[in-house]
Write a protein that binds this ligand. Sequence first.
Ligand SMILES: Nc1ncnc2c1ncn2[C@@H]1O[C@H](COP(=O)(O)OP(=O)(O)OP(=O)(O)O)[C@@H](O)[C@H]1O
Ligand SMILES: [Mg+2]
Length: 251
Amino acid sequence: MLKVRNLKKSFGENEVLKDVSLEAKKGEVIVILGPSGSGKTTLLRCINFLELADEGIIELDNKVIDTSIKPKGHEILDVRRHTAMVFQNYNLFRNKTVLENVTEALIIVKKLPKSEAIAIAEKTLQKVNLTNKNDAYPVQLSGGQQQRVGIARALALNPKVILLDEPTSSLDPELVGEVLTAMKTIAAEGITMIVSTHEMSFANDIADKVIFIDKGVIVEQGSPREIFTKPNEKRTKQFLDRILKEWTYTI
Ligand SMILES: Nc1ncnc2c1ncn2[C@@H]1O[C@H](COP(=O)(O)OP(=O)(O)OP(=O)(O)O)[C@@H](O)[C@H]1O
Ligand SMILES: [Mg+2]
């Protein structure tokens, strides 16, 4: 379904992704773990062509793009149309209501009639448990509510893959749960998700595969059980020990 092969990306001298390969099968939830600066955001942005990788293959449903040969506009648009990104800082349109945030791309990009776009938006807002907020502006919402609008907006596009970049890390701890619940609801529908997150309980409960990335390379990957209970690599173990320690401090 989605395959990334030998992806490389540098910013100047800084080699951020060194040789990253991964695969997501249809309906799989993949969690990406890694320290700050390890390349998680860059990886997700390269998959969505918000950033153009220097080398490597991105394959979505048998459509193969070799990033070392400058991809054509229509190839990039095709990937963008079938992937949706949820950002750490929500990235909502501040001057648009909740409903307008969700319908915008359906009307402008997908060219759906307004009534159809509204029907889809209302259905996806319901899935993230956000009803009665259609006319609110982002500033009138809590962080958790804003992020749920972000998730509804991504889901409304009916993408093949949703990419979520630390979707809960800007939230106050008491608001994390409602966003994780929304993510679990959509994962249960069988949508393919790649999530960068430090939420270990989410990873443990929902992920089909956990990937640990450090300094631009995948150090290790496996089932949550394999990674959390018996990591092979010392770097993975050190990272997990640190994260779990931070966790017990915040509880
Ligand atoms: N647009 C850019 N221009 C230059 N350097 C960049 C750019 N984006 C990212 N980098 C660099 O790439 C490296 C990886 O950054 P990235 O944001 O992918 O890490 P991350 O794993 O998402 O970290 P965090 O957990 O803090 O979000 C960092 O050294 C960063 O400074
Ligand atoms: Mg990041």
